[in-house]
Every structure is written in C-alpha cells, then in structure tokens.
Design a protein around this ligand. Structure first.
Ligand code: NAD
Length: 229
C-alpha cells in the first residue's frame, strides 16, 4: 500500500480531511500534519470520537490516522523560530514541528512516503482588499500559503518514493478577481500555481515525483468561514 502525508488537517470540515478519506478509501496509510495551535483540540476530538461519523469510509470501515504530527509550515527549522513563538504556551507544549523536523520524524518513523498533500493556507489580512494590505500581511500570506509548499516539497523530496506524487490546493482568485479574497491571498495562489510548474520540472527530473495543484471550488471550511465565504 501507499503512504500519504497530508499537511493541513485540523478538523473534519476541510479539504485535507476529505483528501485523507479518499486516500484511505483507496487503501493508503494516512499521516497528517496539524497546525500547532490547533493540535490539542484536533487530537482530543479524535480521541473522544467526535469525528467517528466523519471517519466512516464507503466500505463501512473507519479511516485510521496512523500518526498526527504537529506542524507549523511557516518555519523551516528551529533557527527560524522567534523567541515569542518558542515560549508561547501552545508551541512549547509540542516539539519538532518545523518543516525540516517533521520530515525527519516521518523518515525516522516510516522511512518513506508515496504521496504528499499540501492543504493549508493562511492570510492574516485576507479580509482586507489588496490596496489596503500591509507588506507584513502580504508576506505572511505568501509565507504560509506559497513558500510553505516549496519548503514541504524540498524537505520531503528525499523520502518521497520515485513515482510518487504531490498535490496542493489552489483557488480561482489567482486568475480572476474574486472580491473578498484579499490580503495577498490571490497573489499567494498565483505564486503557488507558477511554483507548481517549476517544481514539477525540478522534482520530476530529480526524483520522478509528479507535482500538481487542484483549483478547488468553494467549500465552507473553517478557513473559508473566517473570511465570510
Ligand atoms: P481548512 O481550515 O480545513 O484548512 C487549512 C488548514 O491550514 C487548517 O487546518 C489550518 O490549521 C492550517 N494552517 C494554517 N496555517 C498553518 C501553518 N502555518 N502551518 C500548518 N498548518 C497551517 O480550510 P480549507 O479551505 O480546506 O483549506 C485547505 C486548502 O484548500 C487551502 O490551501 C485553501 O486555500 C484551499 N482552497 C480552499 C477553498 C475553499 O473554498 N475552502 C477553495 C479553494 C482552495
């Protein structure tokens, strides 16, 4: 069977969860990366059976998540982490959650994976029009929503089995104006789409890994509700 790592699952409402279920139904082993601030709620909800109905697969069995890794995809390694985050209560309670450390942990635990899914995005100023977006807000959107994918693929590439594949999720606001999708999020998706072509070329040559992005339709996930979609 194949093994998949899905970054960006913190409840049962988003695309990451749905992709995990589809992969589980197809027989894949499921590992997930969960944003550190959301980790406790996600793990306790899983344990207490809050997602049990959502875990039911078409054949009646339940999706098993083999392991949940804490992840913050805006940090590549411990040197990148500023002091206020290091000492933040939610972050101090977990360890090894930078991209490089998560890839190392997955390597230690399982050796390799076949499928890498990036289902995460964040834009602190997403509710602001681009004209009112600050430099920091714009760069934060790009960091969490675009570079996070470059970094994930870079660090997981050595443990992605040749012939494997990687996908991310994009949105049509990259190519057409969608009012309300602000804060540089439209820019971040345009970058993600361009990077997909370049990374497909590079990762394809380097390790025979396919790289694609899916432009998903609107879904009332937690992230989408936060911007009133
Ligand atoms: P979601 O809230 O289920 O998923 C986003 C996840 O990103 C959350 O679990 C959040 O905890 C995580 N996250 C945020 N910052 C992070 C960080 N720094 N490190 C690690 N994880 C982080 O919402 P979703 O809408 O399913 O989003 C998944 C993907 O689908 C995103 O790329 C989003 O842009 C894309 N998408 C969504 C829609 C939609 O309408 N919902 C449409 C097209 C594309």
């Amino acid at each position: 069977g194949k093994r998949a790592f899905i970054a960006g699952v913190a409840d049962d409402n988003g695309y990451g969860w749905a992709i995990a279920k589809a992969l589980a139904a197809a027989g894949a082993e499921i590992l997930v990366g969960t944003w550190v601030p959301a980790l406790n709620i996600f793990e306790s909800s899983l344990r207490r059976g809050k997602f049990d109905i959502s875990r039911i697969l078409p054949d009646g069995s339940m999706m098993e998540i083999t392991k949940v890794y804490p992840l913050d995809a805006v940090f590549d390694n411990p040197d990148d982490v500023p002091e206020d985050i290091k000492t933040n209560k939610r972050y101090a309670g977990s360890s090894k959650w930078t991209v490089q450390e998560v890839a190392e942990s997955v390597k230690e635990d399982f050796g390799s994976i076949d499928i890498l899914v990036h289902s995460l995005a964040n834009g602190p100023e997403v509710t602001k029009p681009l004209l009112e977006t600050s430099r920091n807000g714009y760069l934060a959107a790009i960091s969490a929503s675009s570079y996070s994918y470059v970094s994930l693929l870079k660090h997981f590439l050595p443990i992605l089995n040749p012939g494997g594949s990687s996908i991310s999720l994009t949105y049509i606001a990259s190519e057409r104006i969608i009012p309300g999708y602000g804060g540089g999020m439209s820019s971040a998706k345009a970058a993600l789409e361009s990077d997909t072509r370049v990374l497909a070329f590079e990762a394809g040559r380097k390790r025979k890994i396919r790289v694609n992005t899916i432009s998903a339709g609107p879904l009332r996930s937690r992230a989408a509700k936060a911007i009133g979609f």
